[in-house]
Design a protein around this ligand. Sequence first.
Ligand code: PLP
Length: 378
Amino acid sequence: MIPVMRPLLGEEEAQAVADVVRSGWVAQGPRVAEFEKEFAASVGAAYGVATSSCTTALHLALYVLGVGPGDEVIVPSLSFIASTNAVRYCGAVPVFADVDPLTGNMTADTVSAVITPRTRAVMVVHQAGVPADVPAIRAVCGEIPVVEDAACAAGSTLAGRPVGHGALMAAWSFHPRKLITTGEGGMITTDDAERAARLRRLREHGMSVSAADRHASGRNTVEEYGETAFNYRLTDMQAAMGLVQLRRLPAIVAHRRERADRYRALLAPLGLRTVCDPEGGTTNVQSFWVELPDAAPPVSEVLAALSQAGVSARRGIMAAHLEPAYAGHPHGPLPVTEHLTARTLILPLHHDLSDADQDVVVAALAAAIGLQSAVPSH
Ligand SMILES: *Cc1c(COP(=O)(O)O)cnc(C)c1O
């Protein structure tokens, strides 16, 4: 079976984690601080605040903005459900904006169409690693804060800079389905020192002095709990792994982009549209999605046929408003979201996907949708 994704993990990660275990300090500590610094630097942000996941990072990002009951937060429905769930964690109401058919991302137009006097924040998602046009969206948002769900976007760029550069707050994921992983894990990057400091307290029970700092000081400092907060910490074992993974990121991105180009060269003659770089940006190709022609069978049938052929593909990006958890949740028309979620699927793309594997995938896809592939079968 050709898997849809496979994390790139080596001896260096195993060694780094083992070193932390042997050090005797496995909770949030020096490795987390180092990972925060290096990751933030890699996206051109001043501060990084590590969290247990991107989901908890998104919750904190909205929480720290004061989002609460009665507020509306604009999010795309076309995203992993964690984006919109984070809005509900704050007791606020997700307001779904539609997306652009080429990028799968919200645009200035789709956002401005759903802004109301109750809009308290906007969550822009860089879907599947394709950078969204944040400057244009910010321009229509005025004073409304824009936070970025960059879960998939480590290594993507916009206007020649890393995604996350200049973000009010960007939230990142280190789940194995993303390009670099710590098993589970997340981060918020920001340029605001005060906000970063509050985020650090919020992820650690509201403590005035972190447990790691109290330990390191060697003195008997008594901490204070200024507000009810959360335990959203990352561990030093995870951060040690993240530090190794971060060094691999440029090569991972280059390889995925090269594999994506080869997919496109094979799929274009079949008339199939695929995910691509947006104007002024580059994607890390976190997910390589392809759009089925109108005449093709439903995605579920195509996935079943691919599975029969030894190819593990996935449905396209989900749409939260179509899930039972959001049944009855009011929303405006979302035609592009509904089209993309119904008519796209995600093909295998990982570090050891060979030419032969790609040929098998393309031939299986062509057969499943009744097209003749030019690829010789192996
Ligand atoms: C994966 C993902 C998340 C959630 O990340 P976790 O680290 O698994 O919590 C949130 N938003 C988007 C767009 C994602 O793809």
